[in-house]
Design a protein around this ligand. Structure first.
Ligand code: TYD
Length: 211
C-alpha cells in the first residue's frame, strides 16, 4: 500500500510544467503538507548522473534504445532512492515528468513499440500508483518558441516540429487512455489560471482520499 500521494506533471517543451510543479509544491507546503518536489530524468545523485548521460550531446549520437534504457535506469534509481521512501512516509511527491514522458518521447517521438515500454514499466514500477497527472498541453509552435526564448536548449529541445507533434499526440492519447488520473490543462492560458486549475484538482484529490 502507498501511504502518500504521487502527482506528476507532463507536457512538451515550453509548457510551463516545471514552474507549475514548483508553485504547487509551495502551495501544498504552505497548507502544512509534507512535499517532495523532484524531476525526471534525475532526482537522486545516481539518477542525476544518468540524466547527464542521456541528455548529453554525444558526437556518436544516441540511438533510441540506449535512450529508452537510460530513462528507465534513471527511473528505477529514482524510485528506489527517493520516490518510494517518500511515499512510504506519507509524503506528497510531485514529479516533473515521469512515465508518460517515456511513452510520449521514446514511444510517440522515437517510434519505439509500446510493448517494449510496457515490459520496462512492469519491471521498474510493477505496483506504483500515480494518483494524478497533469498534462500541460500547448500547440507545438508555441511551446518551441517559449523554450527557445528561454535560451537553454538540450538535444531534446533542438528537435523538429514533427517530432514534437508526435510527442503531443502521444500525451493526449495517454490522457484518453487513463482519464481518471490524467487532467489535460490548457497551457496557453495565463499562468495564474493554470495554477488555479491545478490547485482545484489537487484539492479534490486530497479531499476524496481523506474519506
Ligand atoms: P528538461 O531540460 O528537464 O526539459 P523540460 O524542461 O522540458 O522538462 O529535459 C528533460 C528531457 O528529457 C525532455 O526533453 C524530455 C525528455 N524525457 C524523455 O525523453 N523521456 C522520459 O522518460 C523523460 C522523463 C524525459
Amino acid at each position: 500500500m502507498q501511504a502518500g500521494r504521487l502527482i506528476t506533471f507532463e507536457g512538451g517543451e515550453g509548457s510551463g510544467k516545471s514552474t507549475q510543479a514548483r508553485l504547487l509544491a509551495e502551495i501544498l507546503r504552505a497548507q502544512g503538507h509534507r512535499v517532495t518536489l523532484t524531476r525526471e530524468p534525475g532526482g537522486t545523485p545516481l539518477a542525476e548522473a544518468i540524466r547527464e548521460l542521456v541528455l548529453g550531446n554525444w558526437a556518436e549520437g544516441m540511438d533510441g534504445v540506449t535512450e529508452l534504457l537510460l530513462m528507465f535506469a534513471a527511473r528505477a534509481a529514482h524510485l528506489h532512492g527517493l520516490i518510494q521512501p517518500a511515499l512510504a512516509q506519507g509524503q506528497i511527491v510531485i514529479c516533473d515528468r515521469f512515465i508518460d514522458s517515456s511513452h510520449a518521447y521514446q514511444g510517440g517521438g522515437q517510434g519505439i513499440d509500446g510493448t517494449h515500454l510496457a515490459a520496462l514499466e512492469a519491471l521498474v514500477m510493477p505496483t506504483l500508483r500515480i494518483d494524478l497527472t497533469f498534462i500541460l498541453d500547448l500547440p507545438v509552435a508555441q511551446g518551441l518558441a517559449r523554450a527557445r526564448a528561454r535560451g537553454q536548449t538540450n538535444r531534446f529541445e533542438d528537435v523538429h516540429t514533427s517530432f514534437m507533434q508526435r510527442v503531443r499526440e502521444a500525451f493526449l492519447q495517454r490522457a484518453a487512455q487513463f482519464p481518471d488520473r490524467c487532467a489535460v490543462i490548457d497551457a496557453s492560458a495565463p499562468r495564474a489560471a493554470v495554477t488555479r486549475a491545478i490547485e482545484d484538482r489537487v484539492a479534490a484529490l486530497l479531499q476524496q482520499k481523506a474519506h
